[in-house]
Design a protein around this ligand. Structure first.
Ligand code: INI
Length: 165
């Protein structure tokens, strides 16, 4: 019998040991984002990340997340950056602009820096819907973003080890 071929798949890996993470969190709607931050911290710590390896930066609102995330990514000190915000529709079209720029800006920052930058930003019609996703009935989007950050950090490291042809 011949040996089976070596696995060519990169499996999801949720071990957080040995990684440093930055969290950028918006102060706007802080009654929601503080809960997202709590969830993100819990998610990292529950998967082996050390408290000293978590760095938190507050920004005024979600519109400001991409720039600070990109600056932190470019320091080279973090395996991934987690962005947390809560954009609640309310009565004004401001919502659309802030949500669109936060999403596009975070995606652009991640590709430009080549560091995973996670989108832990809620976009909801009401405060109740946001709270439900920040530790309420709908789980905690901050916790989910933390897990995704660990998985992306491990994937990035594994791909880096394949070399740079
Ligand atoms: N920022 C948010 O994070 N959430 C919102 O719901 C929001 N709304 O609706 O206005 C919001 N606006 C502030 C924005 O992110 C900037 O901080 C501000 O425009 C200054 O640049």
């Amino acid at each position: 019998m011949s040996e089976p071929p070596p696995s060519a798949a990169l499996e999801p890996d949720s071990k957080g040991e040995g990684h440093r993470f930055a969290i950028v969190v918006a102060r706007f709607n802080q009654f929601v984002t503080s809960q997202l931050l709590k969830g993100a911290r819990e998610g990292l710590l529950a998967h082996g990340v050390k408290e000293r390896d978590i760095f938190v930066a507050w920004v005024p609102g979600s519109f400001e997340l991409p720039l600070i995330a990109q600056k932190l990514a470019r320091t080279g000190r973090f395996s991934a950056v987690i962005c947390l915000g809560a954009i609640i529709r309310g009565e004004t079209p401001h919502f659309e602009y802030v949500a669109a720029e936060a999403a596009r800006g975070i995606a652009d920052a991640s590709r430009a820096s080549q560091v995973p930058i996670l989108f832990g930003v809620l976009t909801t019609d009401t405060a109740g819907q946001a709270l439900a996703r920040a530790g309420g009935k709908g789980g905690n989007k901050g916790y989910d973003a933390a897990l995704a950050a660990i998985e992306m950090a491990n994937l990035t490291r594994a791909i880096g080890a394949l070399g740079n042809p």
